[in-house]
Design a protein around this ligand. Structure first.
Ligand SMILES: [Zn+2]
Length: 449
């Protein structure tokens, strides 16, 4: 199998698979640095930034909006519409609160009006970041513009209404918006291009695809074990504000993949008293194992564990690990939580890292181009954290990672380790999990595709 035939979850290969791996274009989703912890846990701030850049970096967009939206259950009464001389309405999207003064200024309001208005909005909203929609009712006479009413709404539907009283002061009223959450279910078949294109074609929001790959990182070698015709199903939740606009990022709650040899369905669940959600199979067993299937995405296995003729030394020798060939610079991840035992140049190993895992196993990473800052003896690394880059330092014939796993000090074939089942939920946690699993399954059963 060559790299072009295989299917990768590495964002670097999703867009233009014909290009040399690692050199393809980047978009809003795949601009997310692969070094984030763990492998595909995406930093929402970074996504927001990347998306803002993708949208042209416009912090302030003026939209024409015909009318203030009709009041919802929790909305305040509509502002009094008075007889106006020359009146008008503007709707502005602010990237955050810092843009309120320029926005009011660009609407023609005078200094004292801007000051009084922004003070009230700031007092109500505090310093919480995030987009704000501003609807202004304005009255103009000559070259004087006056604010009659203002509605400032956060993306979560909460907001503030200001309206001008007869005595000239601005009265304020806060309002809240109820968020509703809806589940979308998407099914598809892996096409001959890539998992990425298959998933996007099926309707999976592209920001979810890294997470989807992450959910399967213990069960499938996405590079070598997924092929055209394999079936996937994804369910994700999205919150909507009272105007039916999506709020926040969609959240993956269910993933399923069926290949020729294996089928896995996983549910996202946050066990009671734990902060992080994890992926569990239908019986409540965690997908998390001591080690990930591979420490590198999108690499070709160039040499397997076992006896072989050494490419440089020429004689038969036990190949103590697995070689993953990939371009110099390709990220190398810690395959499990560990303490760094060694990190630095070491003879024929080149730049070399040895990790000591919590269960006593060791993993070794050879010929690295670079070791990431902070990866030093005694430091802790997390499963999926980038620790280095593929290179060809030491005794090596080309860019590749030589990867070894040692159990009880003995090298074993990394691709043949039986990891067993992950930790299982029990007691009230299992009961809570079953409830959530059944709710998702019920919605999946009734979802329209
Ligand atoms: Zn090797």
């Amino acid at each position: 199998m060559n790299e072009q035939d295989s299917h990768s979850f590495d964002p670097r290969t999703w867009i233009s698979r014909s290009a040399t791996a690692g050199a393809s274009g980047r978009d809003c989703t795949n601009a997310i640095p692969p070094s984030k912890l763990p492998r595909a846990r995406l930093d929402p701030k970074f996504i927001a930034l990347a998306c803002a850049i993708a949208l042209g970096g416009a912090g302030l967009a003026v939209l024409n909006r015909p009318a203030i939206r009709p009041p919802t259950v929790n909305s305040p009464p509509a502002p009094p519409v008075q007889a106006m001389r020359a009146s008008g309405r503007r709707t502005l999207m602010l990237a955050d609160l810092s843009e309120i003064e320029p926005a009011l200024g660009s609407s023609g309001l005078s200094g004292p009006d801007i000051e009084a208005t922004s003070r009230q909005v700031r007092a109500a909203f505090g310093n919480v970041p995030g987009e704000i929609r501003l609807i202004l009712d304005l009255e103009s006479e000559g070259n004087q513009t006056r604010l009659l009413a203002l509605e400032a709404t956060r993306i979560n539907g909460t907001g503030l209404l200001l309206h001008r009283l007869a005595n000239g002061t601005l009265a304020s009223q806060a309002f809240t918006g109820e968020l509703t959450s809806r589940l979308s279910v998407v099914r598809g078949e892996i096409d001959s291009n890539s998992f990425y294109s298959s998933a996007v074609a099926a309707g999976v929001t592209d920001s979810l695809i890294g997470e989807l790959a992450n959910a399967f990182s213990f069960d499938f070698d996405m590079q070598r074990e997924v092929a055209p015709g394999d079936i996937f199903e994804v369910a994700f939740e999205q919150s909507y504000n009272p105007s039916n606009e999506p709020v926040g990022v969609p959240r993956l709650v269910y993933v399923s993949l069926r290949t020729a040899t294996m089928s896995r369905s996983l549910y996202r669940f946050t066990p009671p008293n734990e902060r992080e959600a994890g992926w569990f199979d239908g019986n409540g067993s965690s997908t998390v194992r001591a080690l990930m299937r591979t420490p590198v995405d999108s690499a070709r296995i160039s040499s397997q564990f076992g006896m072989r003729t050494h490419p440089i030394l020429g004689y038969q020798k036990l190949h103590r690990g697995t070689d993953f060939a990939a371009p110099t610079g390709t990220p190398v991840f810690a395959s499990g939580n560990a303490t760094v035992e060694f990190a630095g140049p070491k003879g024929a190993n080149g730049n070399f890292i040895r990790l000591h895992h919590d269960n006593g196993w060791q993993t070794l990473y050879l010929h690295l181009n670079r070791i990431l800052p902070g990866v030093a003896p005694g430091s802790k690394v997390l499963q999926g954290q980038q620790i280095g880059e593929i290179g060809t330092t030491g005794r090596s014939t080309g860019p590749h990672l030589h990867y070894e796993v040692h159990i009880d000090g003995q090298p074993v074939d990394p691709l043949q380790i039986q990891m067993g089942e992950g930790k299982s939920l029990s007691g009230p946690a299992l009961t809570a999990f079953h409830k959530q699993r059944d709710a998702i399954d019920t919605q999946r059963a009734t979802a329209k595709y």
